[in-house]
Design a protein around this ligand. Sequence first.
Ligand code: ZN
Length: 385
Amino acid sequence: MWRDRSGITAGDVFALLNDGVVHTRAEIGRTTGLSRTAVAARVRQLAESGLVVEDAAAATTGGRPAGRLRVDRAGGVVLAAAIGASRTQLGVCDLAGAVLAETGLDLSTGLGPQAVLTTVAEGLTVLSEKVDRPVRGLGVCLPGPIDVAAGTVVESPLLPGWAGVPIALGFPGLPVLVDNDVNALTLAEHSVRPSVSDLLHVKVSTGIGAGIIAGGVLQRGVRGAAGEIGHNPVADGGGVVCRCGNLDCLEAVASGAALVTALRAKGRDVADVPGVVALVRAGDPEAVAMVRHAGRRIGEVLAVAVNLLNPEVVVFGGDLAEAFEPLLAGVREQVYRRAIVPVSRELSIEQSALGQGAGIAGCAAMALAEVLSPRAIDAALATPR
Ligand SMILES: [Zn+2]
């Protein structure tokens, strides 16, 4: 690692370039106080590792190199594995998060961690060989509570047999970041709205969960359970027992699974949440009314979160968000009625900008935040390749 009395490492210089704070050697010198030779040494290290390139100068003055420096997005890749209950999305992304290769696998988490992680590792190997660039890290998300620091699943009925298994063991030699699916999706939605510092992401699919960005940072809570708004009860649920054991949880009355059950009871031939969306798109009045009512109930609980956190944007993702118009109508009705005026006036309620690609984007964002940090860049430069 290049660390001298200045304390400014090549990793720090990389971070300044990656954040767009500096673009030339002279700007690096002005911003960091490093001498010209010290700047040159750090830039050389970053260039030799393939992380930074210098574009030819349009015009040079006084014979000094005045080329613009930029992070080479082709200087490596990160891998992404968005593991769902029944379907897994794998991707290879460049250092700016753009997807270079992707694939989907029908894979049940019920097969257990060993079988699933082995299949995921094989799939990622095949994908990354297609791209053939240095792999710098991996982001994995799973549909259950995660101990992020330990990189393990917390005991939960959602992922039986997975508790305590170190996910990284399936991928030796790589920095591996693990989080739950809603947090990964929240990071993905934030990554396409970088100027937004306060954002709520609500996933409405088979279940209901939320992710929170406050002050620009993902909030996980002390046990990784922040955002579990699906288990707040609604006022007029009618006594439905939730899988968590309580009565009238939002998830038990307004999730995609609840709507599938309700529509089947009305004689509709619907098997899953995309089936509900198909009925809405076909204009089935009962399906439209049910989704709108689900939106009202989500809005009832969401209004509390909106008053508490004062977000700029609420993003709806997940399969049921594909029926966005009736869902939004119900949500709006309640949020605007229940949230205080200064909080609701500037609130934007939006549909996911990423749709089905959000899982891969979120896992890539997790991995990039780690592997492009100054500390990780310095560690990578210190490791002979
Ligand atoms: Zn519940």
